[in-house]
Write a protein that binds this ligand. Structure first.
Ligand code: MN
Ligand code: MN
Length: 469
């Protein structure tokens, strides 16, 4: 009897004092799984239709206009509830819903990136070898090269002809389209390859895309290459030199699919980071007129360091906020100093098959909700934003008040590796910033996996953030 009373007291004390990282997840699963399943359906359509940064911007412009957003005019003074978007070169965007207090007490920003690891073409890609026609490539972002061989690929992008006319290309996604692939050596002849280290067995120069095998029916040189070029000329009116002024991206040709007997997960190419861009957009589309102006930013180039004029190292977000501030007669630097940002990017979910790379007590898990990372970086938080305790304290209050299931974790165990996000690009402007996003399995692989519950919780998190007082 005495023993039972003690046990009961200890249990009560534990409930009061200790963090239970799984109980909330079980509760949320039961209550909100149906909503999460529905939300996942819209996301699957999005992630299948928008596989590149350009396609994501095209999708977003259409969706935003349907939701009442109009192209931003920096010379116009907007009032509360008005919705605007800025399209930066078809590859990056800022979208805003003007708040009741405008930007006078700072703005709220959700920033996600819409580029993903992929296979780009070299400037002079087309060649023939051993009676096959192939394309030379230069991979983009951090990939494990072997994962990109022997899978179906599609080609997306833009070609600009010498006369300035533009062609948008998308081959391999629609029923009846041809697809492409990068070949790998058969195991029977893989003796030399199999003794190499994984990081050395596949080189960048091995990632050649197979695009043809028939010669042109004629006399002459390079008939395999000529045959493919003739098809491209017939179809798009281009000549070989037009490939110089082109951005053609090869990505996995898979469609998004439910994963698991319970259909609780989604497998797709490019969850990183469109799985954060989508809920950040939907939350902005659905938000009531907010107190402070709410902004969703879609950034390009994060996978190669956020450089370039469409990456968040560029000033395009800063200029957008400056324009909003000046239209209200405010000093932009004062607006920035009162602003904050959720850097919406994916994190690594605990994978039991590779558990030794993680520290389980400080990792994010599938279905425990949207994942906060106080800091990212590597080797002693190097290159990390490292959010303040004050800001993290405010964020957890917002999430709890919004009934959002959330968790916190690090990307792997200490000194195992690391990674960066756009957090410090925004923090540079003196805003408070924290990383928050959807946990992913097989990150940067051609087919990544996320949980529908975590995706839905990311939407709820962004919505609670935009609408909070
Ligand atoms: Mn990312
Ligand atoms: Mn990434």
């Amino acid at each position: 009897m005495e023993e039972n009373t003690k046990q009961k007291a200890a249990k009560e004390l534990a409930e009061k004092l200790l963090l239970d990282r799984t109980k909330a997840a079980r509760k949320a699963c039961a209550e909100q799984i149906d909503k999460a399943m529905d939300f996942g359906e819209g996301y699957k359509d999005f992630i299948t239709a928008a596989k590149t940064e350009r396609e994501t911007v095209d999708w977003t412009v259409k969706a935003a206009e349907a939701a009442g957003f109009r192209a931003f005019d920096p010379n116009h003074a907007y009032s509360a509830g008005e919705k605007v978007y800025y399209n930066n070169r078809g590859k990056a965007m800022c979208l805003a819903v003007i708040g009741k207090k405008g930007a006078s007490q700072g703005v709220r920003i959700a920033a996600a990136h819409i580029d993903s690891p992929r296979i780009d073409l070299k400037p002079i890609p087309l060649y023939e070898a051993s009676e096959l026609c192939l394309l030379k490539t230069h991979y983009y972002g951090g990939i494990k090269k072997y994962q990109w061989t022997a899978i179906p690929l599609s080609m997306h992008g833009k070609i600009v002809r010498k006369d300035g006319s533009e062609i948008t290309v998308n081959v391999g996604e629609n029923e009846g389209d041809p697809q492409f692939c990068i070949t790998d050596i058969l195991p029977h002849l893989g003796k030399d390859q199999s003794v190499k280290k994984l990081g050395e067995a596949f080189t960048g120069e091995d990632l050649n895309v197979l695009v043809g095998s028939l010669p042109l029916d004629a006399e002459g040189e390079q008939l395999y290459k000529l045959n493919v070029m003739k098809i491209l000329n017939d179809q798009y009116g281009i000549v070989e030199s037009d490939l110089i002024s082109a951005e053609l991206e090869f990505v996995p040709a898979f469609k998004a699919a439910d994963i698991g007997f319970d259909r609780s997960m989604i497998g797709a190419y490019g969850h990183d980071d469109r799985v954060c861009a989508y809920p950040a957009l939907e939350a902005l589309f659905d938000c009531e007129v907010p107190e402070r102006t709410a902004i969703t930013v879609l950034a390009d180039k994060e996978e190669i360091g956020s450089v370039g004029n469409t990456g968040l190292c560029s000033e395009y977000l800063n200029y957008f906020v400056c324009d909003l501030a000046r239209a209200e007669g405010l000093e932009p630097q004062h607006v920035w100093s009162m602003s904050n940002c959720l850097s919406a990017d994916v994190t690594a979910a605990m994978d039991p098959t590779y558990a030794s790379a993680y520290e389980a007590g400080n990792s994010t898990f599938l279905n425990r909700g949207v994942g906060i990372a106080k800091y990212t970086g590597s080797r002693g938080k190097g290159g990390s934003n490292d959010a303040s305790a004050e800001f993290l304290g405010w964020v957890r209050r917002i999430l709890d008040n919004g009934d959002v299931l959330w968790q916190i974790g690090e990307l792997g165990k200490v000194d195992q590796g690391g990674g960066g996000t756009v957090a410090y690009d925004v923090a540079r402007l003196n805003a408070d910033v924290i990383d928050i996003g959807v946990p992913v399995l097989s990150m940067h692989a051609p087919f990544e996996v996320i949980s529908k519950l975590d995706l839905y919780m990311a939407y709820k998190a962004f919505k609670a953030y935009f609408e909070a007082e």
